[in-house]
Ligand binder design. Sequence first.
Ligand SMILES: [Zn+2]
Length: 110
Amino acid sequence: MTNECKQCGHKWQSRRVNHAFSRCCPKCKSYRWQTPKPSSGTAAESREQMAHRGTIESEGLQFISLQKGTLTVFDPETGRSEEWQRNDGHASFGIVYKGHDYEFCRFYIT
Ligand SMILES: [Zn+2]
């Protein structure tokens, strides 16, 4: 099956990637790759995006560390560690931890 990112147009094969990749576009790292870009941003859409938040627990992740605004978690489903940067109020999918928003940065294999 071919996935296509509706945010940046990147295409990739889902069988070659794992759960970590499928949650976001491998190229632009957007969690909204299945959602077409809105033609015009309204306040309502902005609020909807703002509400697109999870927690470490809701995403099935395990807390590793929090240093200088970088939240590191482990995803037991993929065996990968992920880094999330503190970015309050950002518009993409994010994790809320101790009152701050975190935006997906990168992952790496431990
Ligand atoms: Zn993309």
